[in-house]
Design a protein around this ligand. Sequence first.
Ligand SMILES: [Zn+2]
Length: 292
Amino acid sequence: MDRNLINLALVVGILFVITACVCRSDRDQKPASPTPEKSASSSTPAEKEKPNTGKEKIKDEGDFVVDHVDVENPKYADIDREVREEKLLEKAADQLNKALILPHDITLRTKDCGEINAFYDSNDPTVTVCYELMEHFYQVFRSSGLSDDRAYEKMFDAVRFVFLHEIGHALIDTYKLPVTGNEEDAADRASAYINLEELGEDGVNAVFAAADAFAIESKRRTNGRQDLADEHLLKEQRFYNSLCMIYGSNSAKYENIVIKGYLPKERAVRCENEYQRTSDSWRNLLQPWRKD
Ligand SMILES: [Zn+2]
């Protein structure tokens, strides 16, 4: 694994430049409790003002910022060093800052966490992707029979979906966006929307990889009481939802998803409308915060 972790860094660049993420258990984090006053940054607001759909001014008082933390497990030292040297987080932050206004800073961080996880912490606005999660995805794809190289490739695709899932939580909290359903599902939809609308084939690959990971993991165990009670949807549901988003984004291009039986026809016929509603909703919700 150590050798591979060195290779891993080479691909992380693609991941974060394009920005990407399947949070496994950000349920551990406290519920969103927006306190923008507390965390408002000291940046200069006056020169960053932008019209809010012509009705009011929204001040750009924050940025996505990078915070590097020393790894505790030497196993991840190589990948951590590469992340720093290649400025992968800085490049991701730059992409996000070019696109979105923020009322306060949001920190982006990769580190070893002692657990397989990725999460958004609203108390100290931070999106964290754990190296253990990357390793987990690699092992998931390797267990399905993929080659070493292919497993690494798909690992980064899946992490791209997870990363953007966490960004979805961050945006919901930061912008105080309305969520009338399950926020975990909304974060999945945010990731699917950004991947499929903004990132081209890389984005499609991210949602496919997440779907694959959900499918592989769901076969490993039977859902128990904790799974059924969890705020995340079941992995089986996240698998079908991911496929529905891809198919719904372009039913002609991705017809094989249905033809080959991965997505039941009874669900597939609804996916174009479902995707349209999802993408329209996220587009409208983010519009006031877009820089261009
Ligand atoms: Zn989540």
